[in-house]
Write a protein that binds this ligand. Structure first.
Ligand SMILES: NC(=O)c1ccc[n+]([C@@H]2O[C@H](COP(=O)([O-])OP(=O)(O)OC[C@H]3O[C@@H](n4cnc5c(N)ncnc54)[C@H](O)[C@@H]3O)[C@@H](O)[C@H]2O)c1
Length: 247
């Protein structure tokens, strides 16, 4: 029996980066995968890869900012797979700028995806989990939410906000057998960090005791653990996966 045998896992923003690595990891552990993303081409390509590897998987075109789309997609997952065991709220964006230059639009876009999107997805999935008396919810926070970062007022606010939401939901959902945890990655080599200046990334690497950037698989391993029965008594925590960047 595999660690995530037959678990139905929704991964938002699952088409690439950390979400994609998480889908592949959970697939190898026996899970069935529902990939929610706005990037249809990448999402469908990933589902083909997963299916070819023998992992049951489906793509759902969902913009997590839209509550109706989330409700519809959650119902579709129930139709396709029969239940929802795990929700990984991974979709997130950056719109970096110093506070002085940040526009209201940059502020709002990041709030909408990183915070309201997570609220929308959890709203859509929670009733199924509560009814089943079982669930695992993970929220993608960041070291930036714990410690701040130059040029990321909007992003830091959302990633810190997610930790507050995680702890609140852990308190509210526990009686229904649902655990809720956050994961705070350090700097991980994905398209998101490709947008950052090379010198900044090199500086981060130097500051990291383990002397490397993280790989998407480092975070995928943490999500797979939190989704598993081994983590059944862990809730309301924020797990840093950052190579010791901030101690
Ligand atoms: N890469 C890092 O260094 C790092 C560090 C800390 C936290 N994180 C967080 O981890 C998560 C994944 O990061 P990544 O580096 O893999 O990012 P990425 O940009 O490579 O991938 C993000 C995915 O989310 C999807 N997405 C964006 N907006 C969406 C929306 N409204 N609805 C549905 N899907 C949407 C994108 O299409 C993409 O597939 C994010 O929440 C990010 O903030 C990343």
């Amino acid at each position: 029996m595999q660690r995530l045998q037959d678990r139905v896992i929704i991964i938002t923003g699952g088409a690439r980066g950390i979400g994609k690595a998480t889908a592949l990891k959970c697939g190898t552990e026996g899970a069935k995968l529902a990939i929610w993303d706005i990037d249809e081409a990448a999402g469908r390509e990933l589902v083909e890869t997963l299916s070819n590897a023998g992992f049951p998987a489906r793509f759902y075109a969902v913009n997590t900012v839209n509550p109706e789309a989330c409700l519809k997609a959650a119902a579709a997952v129930i139709t396709d797979f029969g239940r929802i065991d795990v929700l990984i709220n991974n979709a997130g964006i950056t719109r970096d700028s110093s506070f002085k230059k940040m526009t209201h639009q940059q502020w709002q876009q990041v709030i909408d995806v990183n915070l309201t999107g997570v609220f929308n997805c959890t709203k859509a999935v929670y009733p199924y989990m509560a009814e089943a008396n079982y669930g695992r919810i993970m929220n993608a926070s960041s070291v930036v939410g714990l410690y701040g970062n130059f040029g990321q007022s909007n992003y830091a606010a959302t990633k810190a906000g997610l930790i507050g939401m995680t702890k609140t939901w852990a308190r509210e959902f526990g009686k229904y057998g649902i655990t809720v945890n956050a994961v705070a990655p350090g700097f991980i080599a994905t398209e998101m960090t490709e947008a950052m200046p090379e010198a900044v990334l090199a500086g981060m690497q130097d500051k990291t005791p383990l002397r490397r950037l993280g790989q998407p698989e480092d975070i995928a391993n943490a999500y797979a653990f939190l989704a598993s029965e081994e983590a059944s008594f862990i809730t309301g925590t924020c797990l840093s996966v950052d190579g010791g960047l901030i101690l």
